[in-house]
Write a protein of this length. Structure first.
Length: 356
């Protein structure tokens, strides 16, 4: 059953583009982990009135929000949520199944002016093999598909990607193109990351010694800081930005820059042993997980995000992301989850490859 710290019966707000930041009302579905948490923090920094909706099981709500407890899969909870406030915008950072996102959007539509959906590059048919723009074809998935829709293909479409594409379709069906924004995020790094990609590299670099470094140090990479996604989302609401946007780094920095930043942030003195892709593949190193961010598919880091930058996206240097994540990491004890458990090569396997 839904629980709320407060309720409101105020009338529908004026258009967001005509109102001050401290008048804006934002609803974040989720809001306690990584992207959702960053969006909440950014909105609070802008003086917004922020409400989160979650079950209270995954992380804590930030101080300053109105936290409403409920289950997005329970229609009665959603209906009570819709009665709580008129929203200038809803940010959905916890939607993964199309039919659920469809129901959420339908229930909230009468009380929300706009809907921002946090999506992924995995919605594209060509990811990670082909270069991508926002005009690249997306995976076909109906807006009412359930959690069984789609298939997983090696270096190709995934069930996750199919269903996120269906979630996008659900948002567009209910809110339309002029009241929605689809934020197609690439690899997201930064403080409070629970997947464990950057934390693994930082901890491995901090241990020192000979470190297996993957592929070519000059390989361009495009991770994006979670706070840059949040800043873009808040700016999109304030400025009435709509449409689909690829959110990635600019591609101006390299894997070598990334590991050098890890070395500098930790103050360690490792010996980076750059090892060709073909050697890593011969030894069965799992791409994307055993050596995080390493993947040989040509489209992995060939994503055009110029449209987002033209609409206000600003990418901070990767060294800043790495430094701030290390500072955060030293003060927390990370809990292992299903995704983080798959991250990182074992010391034994790493040593075998280094000793080849």
């Amino acid at each position: 059953m839904i629980e709320s710290a407060r309720s409101s019966t105020s009338s529908m707000a004026a258009p967001a583009s005509t109102r001050r930041g401290d008048d804006l009302r934002l609803l974040v579905l989720g809001g306690t982990q990584f992207v959702g948490r960053a969006v909440v923090a950014e909105a609070l920094a802008h003086g917004w009135d922020v409400t989160t909706f979650n079950r209270g099981r995954s992380g804590r709500d930030l101080a300053g929000v109105t936290a409403i407890r409920g289950d997005r899969w329970d229609r009665s909870d959603l209906e009570l949520l819709a009665e709580a406030e008129p929203w200038d915008a809803v940010v959905d950072s916890s939607g993964y199944v199309p039919r659920n996102v469809l129901e959420v959007a339908e229930v909230l539509e009468p009380s929300a002016r706009r809907f921002l959906f946090v999506s992924t590059l995995s919605v594209y048919e060509g990811w990670p093999v082909q270069p991508l723009t926002e005009d690249s074809p997306t995976l076909p998935c109906p807006p009412d598909a359930d959690e069984t829709f789609g298939t997983n293909t090696e270096n190709g479409p995934t069930q996750y990607g199919y269903q996120k594409s269906g979630c996008e379709a659900a948002v567009l069906q209910v809110f339309g193109a002029q009241r929605s924004a689809l934020l197609r995020a690439g690899v997201v790094l930064g403080p409070h990351e629970y997947v464990g990609r950057l934390p693994w590299w930082l901890e491995r670099i901090a241990r020192g010694g000979r470190v297996l470094a993957p592929g070519d140090p000059q390989r361009s990479i495009q991770p994006i800081d979670v706070r840059d996604i949040a800043s873009f989302a808040i700016s999109a609401v304030e400025n009435g930005v709509v449409g689909a946007f690829n959110l990635t780094g600019s591609g101006e920095e390299t894997f070598g820059d990334f590991l050098d930043a890890c070395v500098k942030a930790t103050g360690a003195a490792p010996e980076l042993i750059w090892t060709p892709d073909e050697v890593l593949l011969e030894h069965g190193v799992r791409q994307w997980s055993e050596l995080p961010l390493w993947r040989v598919a040509p489209g992995t880091w060939d994503v055009d995000s110029a449209k987002a930058r033209a609409a206000g996206l600003v990418n901070r240097p990767i060294a800043e992301t790495v430094r701030d994540t290390w500072e955060w990491l030293r003060g927390v004890q990370l809990d292992e989850n299903e995704r983080s458990a798959e991250i990182g090569i074992s010391p034994q396997k790493e040593q075998r490859i280094l000793d080849r």
